[in-house]
Design a protein around this ligand. Sequence first.
Ligand SMILES: *Cc1c(COP(=O)(O)O)cnc(C)c1O
Length: 480
Amino acid sequence: MNLIFENSVPGRKCDLVPPCDVPVCEMPQGLRRAAAPRLPELSETDISRHYTKLAERTYGVNNGFYPLGSCTMKYNPRINEEMAALPGFTGVHPLQPEHTVQGCLEVMALAEKYLCEITGMDEMTFQPAAGAHGELTGVLLIKQYHKARGDHKRTKIIVPDSAHGTNPATAVMAGFTCVNVPSNPEGGIDLDKLREAVGEDTAGLMLTNPNTLGIFDKNILEITKIIREAGGLSYYDGANLNAIMGEVRPGDMGFDVVHLNLHKTFSTPHGGGGPGSGAVGCKAILAPYLPKPHPVRDGDTLHLTMEGYPDSIGRMKAFYGNFLTVVRALTYVLTLGKEGIPEASHNAVLNANYLKHELEDTYDIHTKGHCMHEFIITLDKMHKENGVTATDIAKAMLDEGIHPPTMYFPLIVPEDLMVEPTETESKTTLDEVVRIMKKIHAMALEDPAHMHELPVNTVIRRPDEVKAAREPVIRYSFDK
Ligand SMILES: *Cc1c(COP(=O)(O)O)cnc(C)c1O
C-alpha cells in the first residue's frame, strides 16, 4: 500500500478555507519558511479512500477477539465517547478562569471520589498520562515520604519476579535499587524470601495482585505487613483492575498507593497508544506529596490550587493530565454503578476460567487452579518435542482472524501465551475461540514445519521484529 505522500499529485487539492474575517497580519520575514512544506496534494476522495484502506488493515477490539493479557483490551462503550465529545468538555482551555470550568472540575472531583472508593484510597491525581508514568509518580511519593522524615537510608524497592516490566524500570528511574523476590510454587510471593529481603534500606514494595500469572496472592495482608514492619510502604500496580474492581480494594489489602490505568479497566480505547491516564491514588499519609494543582472544594465552588503544598513532588504533566480520559472513566463508573462494577469483574474472571477450562485438555496451562482475569498457556513441551513455539501458535491465530494473546510474558514461564478474554466477550465468541485454538493445536502436532510458515492470510507475514524495533523507519524520505 502506498504512503499518502506517494499518492500526491501536484496541484490537486480540496481545501475550502472560509474567507478571512479578521485583519490580515503579515508574518515577519525572518519567521517564514524558505520553501512551502511538502504536504501531500490530494482530493477529498483520495484522502478518504486512503484512510479507509488503512483502517481496514488494522485490527482492533471492534473487529474481534483481542485477548492481550495484562492489557485489558475490552469493548469500550460508545456512551463514553459521546460524553467525552460534549462541546463543554472539548471546547475548554486549561487557562480559562476557574468559575467558567466548574463542570470540568466537578468531573475530576467526582471521578476522584468514586475511584478512591473503588481503590480504598483517600486522594487521587489524574496528571500521569500512562501506567508507567503513574508508577513513577507513586514511587516518587514514597521517596518524598521517606525524605520528609529524614529517613535517607531507604534506597531499595522490592519487586517480585512476576512483575510487569515497568515496575523495576520505574524503581530505577526514581533512583532506587531493585531487589527481586522469587515466586513460590503456587505463583505467589515467597514469604521467607521476602522476610530475608526487607530491612532498614527498604523504601517499599511494588506488587500487582492478582499478579501477571493471573493468581491472587492470598498472603497479601502478611506481605504488606512485612513491608510496613520494616518501615517501607506498599505500592499496588492497579493498571489492570479488571479482576477485582468492586470486590476487594488495594487500600484494604494494606497498600499505601496505587495507580489505575483508566485506559484499561476504566474503558478508554488504547490500541495504538492513544491518550491514557495513570491515575494515582494514595492514603492520607502520602497526600501532601501528590502533584498539584488538585481540585479542592470550598462550599459550592471548586478551586485548583498550588498553594499550601510545599512538600508536593511538583507537576508530572502539563495542566491536569488527559482530562477526556477522566470523563470516559467517570461515565463508565456511573453507567455501571455499584452493582455493575463488581458484575464486570466477576464476568472477567468467569470468562477467563471458562476459556482456561475449555482449553485445559488440549494446551498446557501454567496457571493452576482457579485463575483471576487471565491465565498462562505454556508451549514449552510442544517446543521441545516438535519445535513449535508460542510465536508459531500466535501467527496461526492471526491467520484465523483473531488477535493473539500477549507472548513471552511474564518472563518466568517459557514459551508462554498470556490470555485475558475480558468480560465483554460472549460465550459464543469464547466457544469459537476454543474451536480455533484446538484446530491450531491439532495442526501443530500434524505438520510442525508448516507452522513456521504462518501466517499466510495476512497482508504482512513475518516482519523482522528486531529490525522494526532497532531501525524504525518513521520519516518519509522524499529523495528516494
Ligand atoms: C499495562 C500495564 C502497565 C503499564 O501501563 P502503560 O499505560 O502501558 O504505561 C503496568 N503494569 C501492569 C500490570 C500493566 O498491565
